[in-house]
Design a protein around this ligand. Sequence first.
Ligand code: AMP
Length: 300
Amino acid sequence: MCAIPRLFLFNSVSIPLMLVIIHSPAQLQEIINQNRKKNRTIGFVPTMGALHEGHLSLVRKCARETQLCIVSVFVNPTQFNDPKDFEKYPVHTQSDVEKLLTTRADVLFMPSVDDMYPEGLQTEDTIDLGGLDQVMEGRFRPGHFQGVARIMKKLLLMTQPDKLYMGQKDYQQCAVVAHLLKIWKMKTKLVICPTKREKNGLAMSSRNERLSPETRAKAGVIKSALYYVKNNYHKLPVELILEKARLKIREAGFETEYLEIADARNLQPVDHSISKNQKLVCCVAVWADGVRLIDNVLID
Ligand code: AMP
């Protein structure tokens, strides 16, 4: 275990705070137990690292709203359906720690693969995801949400948080986790935080650093296409809107894997002729120079 002190300016008074960095689940358990005994509220922000402002916005909110803010950094191998994507996933431990030191996070949990999967990576077990893993991301990334569910089960059992902070950027993942909390009858409250964007509107993502500067600049088109759908949904025929949005993306030189409007609660396809009072979400996955980017927008 290692604790890094830093000074935090609060109401003009410098308060020394610690960021405790731990690797083993046993150490995490000890910290959780100590804090539970003191009746402290526990907040948890699971991440795969290569932290950016999107992640940090979750951490800051968690630290404001709970008394023990735990952040995990773990690149979960079982949620990568493409081994090359896993190999290329950025790892920036040093800068992750530096960035967390600018927040009021209390604990950074960085387990190894063996710590999280002592039983090995293969499993025959499947977790019931209520059909949420059959659509959109689930259709193009088979097994992805099973991997997400498997790691979330372990992390949630370890942390038993009062509040769990996740980003709307991964809308379908939030829906899957909300479903898991429900079927496991957990009291944890899921707090979904708004998507942080780069100046041109591109949703912040650890994968953005794999884009060339030119591609990154053009990738703002993804948000424009989503907002084109949102702003025209009640005005034009849906198929026409979706076609135009896909065209915008294609004209920027990118390939749309899917661009769909779904029911915002269960993510199932909607019958647009009767969807007037339904809460909807438009989700997109785009390939930009070999990098897969996702984003979404809610439609009122
Ligand atoms: P990841 O490290 O990509 O697994 O993301 C960890 C958490 O940060 C997830 O709950 C994501 O939805 C959230 N997150 C990632 N990017 C953003 C963003 N641009 N804005 C807000 N939250 C984000």
